[in-house]
Design a protein around this ligand. Structure first.
Ligand SMILES: Cc1cc2nc3c(=O)[nH]c(=O)nc-3n(C[C@H](O)[C@H](O)[C@H](O)COP(=O)(O)OP(=O)(O)OC[C@H]3O[C@@H](n4cnc5c(N)ncnc54)[C@H](O)[C@@H]3O)c2cc1C
Length: 413
C-alpha cells in the first residue's frame, strides 16, 4: 500500500460531495502548541468513530484528548457514502448459518437500535447533519436471488422486523428494475463530515482537546495507563488509550480478521433525484451482489452511486481504474433505474474500505495490552458500528461490559 511521507495511508482519492460542502476541509488546520497533556482517555483518530467516542466519553464527564494526523473528518469518513443501514453486509440468512438465529437476531436488533440512537442523538444535540430516516431496499442480485430474498424476508418477519417483499412488477411500479427486493424501514442517511465535525465540536465544548495535525507514533503501556508520544513531540498521558484510527492500525493490534479493499462512488448534480423520481421514500438501495451496487439520494437531491469494490487498497491502481469504474457504476445504475445511466457525475471519489469475514466490527480490549481499547468499524455499516463502539466501550470502561460485547471482541471465535 502507498504510504505518505509521514507513514499515513492515502485513504482517499478525488473530492467527495461532503468535502465540497465543507470549505473548512481545504483550510490548513491550526497546529496547537506542542506540549504535555494529561487526561482520562486519549482517542487516536478524529473521524466519525473518534467523534462518537469523544461525544460519549465527555458526556460521561471524562477528560478526553483526541489526536489526528489530519484535520478532523478528513480520513475515510470524508469518502463515506454514509448510508446508515441496520442490515449488515451479510444477510440474516448468512449470519444465521454462521452463528445461529439467536445471535443473528441480537446483532440485527442492535444495529437497528443503533441507527435510531444516532437519530436521537442528532435531534437531542441539535446537530444539523442532514440526518434523514430512510427505508432500505435490498435488491436480488448474484449473491441472493429472488427465492433467497423470500427466505431472508421470512426470517426477518419471524424475528419481528416489519417490511415488504416486492416482486418484479412491484419494483417496476416504483421505478426500479429487478427481479425482487425487500423494503424495510429503520435505516437512515447523513452527511458524515457534518456529523463528525458536530460531534467533535460538542466534545470540545465539554472540554475535550483536539491535537491536529499530529501523528501518534509511540505507545508506552504500563499497568497504570498509557503514554502516547507524537512524532512532533507531544506527550499525552492517560489511563486509557482508544484507537479509532480507521484503516491504519498499529502493529500491536491483531489485524488478521480484516482485509482492506477499495470502493468507488459518484454523485450526480443536485435535483436529479426529483427530476427522475427514481424511487419512493429516498430508500437506500443496495444489491445482494458481489461486487455490489448501491444508490442513495442526498438532502439536495443528488443521487450517489457507489460500489464496484476491488480487493486491493493500492492508491495508484485505485486511480488508474477510476474511469472504468465510473463507467461501470453508471451502466449498472442505468440498468436499475433508467435515466441514471446517462447522467454526468459532478463528483467522483474512491477510498480504502475494510471488511471482516463475518461483517462485524472489531470493538473492545486489545488482548495482552492493559488499558488499550479499539474501535474499528469495518464494512458497509461502518458508521452504525462507530456509534455502537461508543456504547460498547463506555460500558467496558464503566466496569459493566455490554451484554453484546463478545460478538465484536477482537479475540472472538
Ligand atoms: C467509498 C466509501 C463508502 C462508504 N460507505 C459507507 C456507507 O454507506 N455507510 C457506512 O456506514 N460506512 C461506509 N463506509 C465506511 C465508513 O466510511 C467507515 O467505516 C468510517 O468512515 C470509518 O471512520 P473512522 O473514524 O473509523 O476512520 P477515519 O475516518 O479514517 O478516521 C481515522 C483517523 O485516524 C487518523 N489516524 C490514523 N493513524 C493515526 C496516527 N498514528 N496518528 C494520528 N492520527 C491517525 C487518520 O488520519 C484518520 O483521520 C464507506 C467507506 C468508503 C471509503
Amino acid at each position: 500500500m502507498t504510504r505518505l511521507d509521514d507513514g499515513a495511508t492515502r485513504l482517499r482519492s478525488g473530492l467527495s460531495v461532503w468535502q465540497a460542502n465543507d470549505a473548512r476541509l481545504r483550510d490548513a488546520p491550526e497546529r496547537p502548541a506542542v506540549g504535555v497533556y494529561e487526561a482520562d482517555i486519549a482517542i487516536v483518530g478524529a473521524g466519525i468513530t473518534g467523534a462518537f467516542l469523544a461525544e460519549k466519553f465527555t458526556r460521561e464527564g471524562r477528560r478526553v484528548v483526541v489526536l489526528d494526523r489530519h484535520a478532523p473528518a478528513t480520513g475515510s469518513t470524508a469518502a463515506s457514502t454514509a448510508m446508515l443501514l441496520w442490515e449488515l453486509d451479510s444477510s440474516l440468512l448468512e449470519l444465521e448459518s454462521r452463528m445461529g438465529l439467536d445471535a443473528a437476531a441480537r446483532i440485527a436488533r442492535r444495529c437497528r437500535r443503533q441507527v435510531a440512537g444516532i437519530g436521537a442523538l442528532v435531534e437531542s444535540s441539535g446537530i444539523a447533519a442532514d440526518f434523514l430516516p430512510r427505508p432500505s431496499l435490498y435488491l436480488a442480485g448474484d449473491k441472493l436471488d429472488a427465492a433467497d430474498l423470500r427466505e431472508e424476508h421470512r426470517i426477518r418477519q419471524h424475528l419481528g422486523f416489519e417490511g415488504l417483499y416486492f416482486d418484479e412488477g412491484e419494483l417496476a411500479a416504483r421505478g426500479l428494475i429487478g427481479s425482487a427486493g425487500l423494503l424495510y424501514p429503520g435505516s437512515a442517511e447523513v452527511d458524515p463530515v457534518k456529523l463528525a465535525r458536530s460531534l467533535i465540536a460538542i466534545a470540545v465544548a465539554r472540554g475535550a482537546r483536539v491535537i491536529s495535525p499530529t501523528v501518534a507514533a509511540v505507545y508506552e503501556h504500563t499497568a497504570k495507563g498509557v503514554t502516547v508520544q507524537t512524532r512532533d513531540g507531544n506527550v499525552v498521558r492517560v489511563q486509557t488509550l482508544v484507537l479509532a484510527s480507521g484503516y491504519e492500525m498499529p502493529d500491536f493490534v491483531p489485524a488478521a480478521r480484516h482485509t482492506l479493499c477499495t470502493s468507488w462512488a459518484i454523485a450526480t448534480p443536485p435535483m436529479i433525484a426529483a427530476a427522475c423520481e427514481p424511487w419512493p421514500d429516498g430508500a437506500l438501495v443496495w444489491e445482494a451482489s458481489d461486487p455490489y451496487l448501491y444508490l442513495r439520494t442526498t438532502a439536495d437531491g443528488r443521487v450517489i452511486i457507489g460500489g464496484e469494490d476491488e480487493d486491493f487498497s493500492d492508491p495508484a491502481r485505485r486511480d488508474e481504474l477510476t474511469p472504468q469504474k465510473v463507467a461501470t457504476l453508471l451502466a449498472k445504475a442505468g440498468k436499475r433505474c433508467p435515466g441514471l445511466g446517462s447522467v454526468e457525475p459532478e463528483f467522483i471519489w474512491s477510498g480504502v474500505f475494510g471488511e471482516t469475514e463475518d461483517s462485524l466490527p472489531m470493538i473492545g480490549r486489545v488482548p495482552g495490552r492493559a488499558n488499550c481499547l479499539v474501535a474499528y468499524g469495518y464494512g458497509g455499516n461502518g458508521i452504525t458500528f462507530s456509534a455502537m463502539a461508543a456504547q460498547l466501550l463506555a460500558a467496558e470502561l464503566s466496569g459493566e461490559p455490554d451484554e453484546d460485547a463478545a460478538f465484536y471482541a477482537l479475540d472472538r471465535d
